[in-house]
Design a binder for this molecule. Structure first.
Ligand SMILES: NC(=O)C1=CN([C@@H]2O[C@H](COP(=O)(O)OP(=O)(O)OC[C@H]3O[C@@H](n4cnc5c(N)ncnc54)[C@H](OP(=O)(O)O)[C@@H]3O)[C@@H](O)[C@H]2O)C=CC1
Ligand SMILES: O=C(O)C1=N[C@H](C(=O)O)C[C@H](O)C1
Length: 247
């Protein structure tokens, strides 16, 4: 049995993770805590799952590493600087593993993988992410990750910047840019988590779309990461390698 604790247990994702851990063979939910709760409740855990807030997650992870507890992290907000900080902290505790992933749904991971493959073949590309209005951040972690993967693939293929007249009568009308890729965010009651990647070339377009219609879609990836992390010391970014997709 792997003993699991959950940070953010009363949140949208944390509550779903508690249910998934309780239902999963070989996992034992030690405790779920939220804002204001004492972390000592999860001290018996071997793995912590964190779905909290970008402002809280680094402190939570420093605590996990200090206590020698592995972590599976879905909370967004991971810049290169934050990942470098985690690597430094883990260097002092080489037996500890942390898996950080912007998205745990298998479909979203495939969507990013397919987008990366398509990127070299299209002059134009834009990313549209669509989420529930309670989302803490914009653009989504998934959209930023997708844009970075596309930018890397374009650079490797020697593509120039996408064509763009950059006319914006209203600032923001053309969205944000992540590594030179346009990213647009929609917040709409009724949505959960959705993304389209639009590619264009002379006379054709290709749209890759993924929809998480329910937060259960993230659970197989979370459970797989919880099972994998005790045998993966150090930092793992993304769950592609856990799912056997490489990366
Ligand atoms: N990687 C993935 O596949 C996915 C990632 N996410 C990400 O997960 C994060 C959470 O999303 P979501 O569940 O919708 O958000 P919610 O706001 O519903 O839940 C977050 C919970 O964490 C609590 N919390 C905040 N700080 C702490 C802390 N220091 N210790 C313990 N609990 C804390 C919040 O309490 P309070 O409300 O009192 O502040 C809240 O209950 C976001 O960054 C989101 O982008 C979401 C879906 C999938
Ligand atoms: O906040 C959310 O809901 C989600 N957050 C993650 C992100 O920012 O990419 C994953 C998914 O999009 C849902």
């Amino acid at each position: 049995m792997i003993k699991v604790g959950v940070f953010g247990a009363r949140g949208r994702m944390g509550a779903e993770v508690c249910r998934a851990v309780e239902a999963a063979d070989g996992l034992d939910l030690v405790a779920g805590i939220d804002v204001g709760d004492d972390r000592s409740a999860v001290e018996g855990a071997e793995v912590i799952v964190d779905f909290t807030h970008p402002d809280a997650v680094m402190d939570n992870l420093a605590w996990c590493v200090e206590h020698g507890i592995h972590a599976v992290v879905g909370t967004t907000g991971f810049t290169d600087d934050r990942l470098a900080t985690l690597r430094e902290q883990l260097a002092a505790k080489p037996e500890v593993g942390i898996v950080v992933a912007a998205n745990f749904s298998v479909g979203a991971i495939l969507m990013m993988h397919f987008a990366q493959q398509a990127a070299a073949f299209y002059e134009s590309v834009e990313v549209i992410e669509l989420h529930h209005p309670g989302k803490a951040d914009a653009p989504s972690g998934t959209a930023s990750t997708t844009a970075r993967k596309i930018a890397e693939a374009r650079a490797a293929a020697g593509l120039a910047a996408p064509p763009d007249a950059t006319v914006q009568e209203v600032p923001g009308a053309r969205g944000a840019q992540v590594d030179g890729i346009r990213v647009h965010g929609v917040r709409l009651r009724g949505l959960v988590a959705h993304q389209e990647v639009l590619f264009g070339a002379e006379g054709e377009t290709l749209t890759i779309r993924h929809d998480s219609l329910d937060r259960v879609s993230f659970m197989p990836g979370v459970v797989a990461a919880v099972r994998a992390v005790p045998s993966r010391p150090g930092l793992t970014v993304g769950i592609e390698s856990i799912l056997g997709l490489g990366g």
